[in-house]
Design a protein around this ligand. Structure first.
Ligand SMILES: C[S@@+](CC[C@H](N)C(=O)[O-])C[C@H]1O[C@@H](n2cnc3c(N)ncnc32)[C@H](O)[C@@H]1O
Length: 393
């Protein structure tokens, strides 16, 4: 493909990303992958270049752009070498017209930028959300030791005891040590959030929103495979990914429970008041993961945000019923919005007598409300809010 043809391909993909964002359709990475499958003439260098153009344009535009071309024109305003490729050549984009719409730059749509600003996410902190995430892994202590693990590329040792960092794009999933379950791909912030649970061997632990089990596997390793670890979720597709991952990682203690939405407590009834620790890695806007999924900013609406907050409240209330006296509840969201973090946790404490905030001691993080914030700008992690509450005996 010529450089101009790559720009035109990126414009067409961006059109699909924009449509999908408006209709809550496929995520950008799937749209890019589908394009590559349907256009076999594009070689690996072409695919990489087109992908980079698409993601650069998404990161660069705050509000949802009018079109893929408007998004690419915003990028062209910053980068004259891209502007020069609007040359009208065969397969390339048509020349730029003087009155063409150009997408607005920024790190978020205006309404969301205001909410983020109210949560002190502005300036450099906001810009950091537009960056690229590195590739972090967690060494699986059920099978390996960080100091002794021999890998094709040496990773940087991070603050979490089993975390290693590699450059984005490092093909870690092709390494033997990955296939053998000696490490898992997991963001450093996610690993720190698991540390806040402070789980020990022999405990009864519930990972209430386990998804595909990223945090479940970290908890299993910290428990040294001893005790009970129940991984539940309402999403069958996500939870079904946990079995093979647990097998690869040697996490034999994991029990799975698929929940019916609205009947969660009924299905967890046998565990009422039984858990030493309940981890609630709640569904949220995912603002903290924009470095990986930048188009998420275009998918969010005020209504969706309010729905997330209501779900977070409901999950906190549900999780509290599962904790035994003397136990703890850990609340995590990958968001930097106070309304999905400190405000939810404060509302929980206010509405649940007897519970006390118990600030986690983490090797990284900044106090925010009655919990800890991790952010791309300050800590180089995905953005998280992590809080812990204790139920005295
Ligand atoms: C942030 S994700 C969890 C990610 C996962 N813990 C990990 O580390 O990979 C939130 C999860 O909550 C689940 N969820 C949503 N509503 C739920 C509910 N009422 N009960 C349990 N899980 C729920 C979603 O299906 C989703 O998998």
């Amino acid at each position: 493909m010529t450089p101009a043809a790559r720009v035109q391909a990126a414009i067409e993909i961006l059109d699909r990303v924009i449509e999908a964002a408006k209709g809550q359709g496929a995520p950008a990475d799937r749209i890019v992958a589908d394009w590559a499958k349907a256009n076999r003439y594009a070689g690996s260098k072409d695919r990489r270049a087109v992908r980079e153009l698409v993601y650069d344009a998404i990161r660069h535009c705050g509000p949802v752009p009018e079109s893929g071309r408007a998004a690419m024109l915003a990028l062209a305003e910053r980068d004259k070498s891209i502007a020069a490729l609007f040359d009208g050549s065969q397969y390339g984009p048509a020349p730029i017209q003087p009155d063409e719409p150009v997408a607005k730059r920024g790190f978020a749509p205006v309404w969301l930028g205001k909410r983020l600003s109210a949560s002190d996410v502005k300036g450099a902190e906001g810009m950091a959300l537009m960056g690229r995430a590195p590739l972090d892994v967690r060494v699986n202590t059920l099978k390996a030791d960080r100091a002794a693990l021999d890998l094709p590329v040496a990773g940087e040792h991070l603050a979490a005891p089993n975390a290693l960092r590699f450059e984005a794009g490092t093909p870690v999933d092709q390494w033997d040590a990955f296939r053998e379950g000696r490490f898992e791909v997991q963001d450093h912030g996610s690993q720190l959030a698991c540390l806040a649970a402070g789980v020990r061997p022999g405990e009864t632990v519930i990972d209430l929103c386990a998804g595909a089990g990223g945090k479940t596997l970290a908890l299993a390793a910290a428990m040294q495979n001893a005790g009970r670890l129940i991984a539940s979720d309402t999403d069958k597709r996500r939870l079904s990914q946990l079995g093979p991952r647990a097998e690869r990682g040697g996490a034999g203690l994991v029990e799975q429970r698929l929940l019916d939405p609205g009947r969660e407590m009924e299905m967890l009834g046998d565990l009422a008041g039984a858990a030493d620790c309940v981890l609630i890695d709640a569904p949220c806007s995912g603002v903290g993961t924009w470095r990986r999924k930048p188009e998420a900013k275009w998918r969010l609406t005020p209504d969706r945000l309010a729905q997330f907050a209501a779900t977070q409240d409901a999950l906190l209330a549900l999780g509290a019923k599962l904790v035994k006296p003397g136990g703890r509840l850990v609340f995590v969201t990958c968001s930097l919005l106070d309304e999905e973090g400190p405000d939810r946790f404060a509302a929980f404490l206010q509405g649940h007598e007897g519970w006390r905030a118990d600030m986690p001691e983490l090797p990284l993080g900044t106090a925010r409300g009655q919990g800890i914030r991790l952010s791309p700008f300050h800590h180089g992690t995905d953005g998280f809010f992590v809080a812990r509450a204790h139920l005295p005996c």
